[in-house]
Design a protein around this ligand. Structure first.
Ligand code: 5GP
Length: 193
């Protein structure tokens, strides 16, 4: 998605060879016009697929997810992150190790918001090692719903998450795929020199 890649080049900040900061349009300040375009790009990529619900993780997955939900007129559910959770029968829970924060969180989704009839598109802001995606997948599997695919705003293709999900047979659509971020120089998969 050219608009997104241009924005990453112009406003993204590669903090290291592994971590990209996009606080000015996605992770802190949000650009709604760009998010609308991101939502439309996901819908275009999954237009051949029936989707009844979008599932994401708070907080940065919510903006792009709402754009998809708005356009398709379907609900958006976000997994809530908690440091610790008391046992609660009304929740699906899973563990996620946060790559950027270096801590393990429990994520929880109320059972009432996912049912076996649902066809779920999982959306997240970043795909790195696949921990967040794996936890969301676990939650959907507990509910008996079907995962139609993963919509990722920015995939860091040099980390293992994308390969793991695709090797499991999942459809993963990433709008910007970063090949490397060597010395602050962001290179996308498919870019020629
Ligand atoms: P994963 O679980 O795939 O290892 O990492 C994905 C999650 O970690 C995303 O939900 C995102 O919040 C965060 N994350 C991973 N890498 C980055 C990064 O380079 N920049 C930012 N801003 N967040 C990241």
């Amino acid at each position: 998605m050219k608009l997104l890649k241009d924005r990453i080049i112009n406003d993204g900040n590669a903090l290291s060879e592994n971590v990209l900061k996009v606080d000015s349009f996605l992770n802190h300040q949000i650009d709604p016009v760009l998010m609308k375009a991101v939502g439309e790009a996901f819908i275009e990529r999954f237009k051949d697929t029936e989707i009844t619900k979008v599932l994401t993780l708070e907080s940065s997955g919510i903006a792009p997810s709402v754009m998809v939900g708005l356009k398709l007129d379907i609900p958006v559910v976000f997994g809530r992150k908690r440091q610790s959770l008391t046992l609660n029968d009304d929740l699906y829970t899973s563990q996620v190790f946060s790559y950027t924060k270096q801590e393990t969180n429990t994520i929880a989704v109320a059972r009432q918001f996912l049912s076996p009839e649902d066809k779920v598109l999982i959306i997240d802001d970043f795909l790195a090692n696949g921990e967040a995606a794996n936890a969301l997948m676990d939650v959907v599997n507990q509910s008996g719903a079907e995962i139609v695919g993963f919509g990722i705003v920015i995939e860091k293709a040099f980390q293992s998450g994308g390969k793991i999900l695709r090797d499991k047979g999942y459809r993963v659509e990433s709008l910007a795929k970063i090949e490397s971020m060597y010395e602050g120089n962001i290179k996308f998969v498919g870019d020629t020199e």
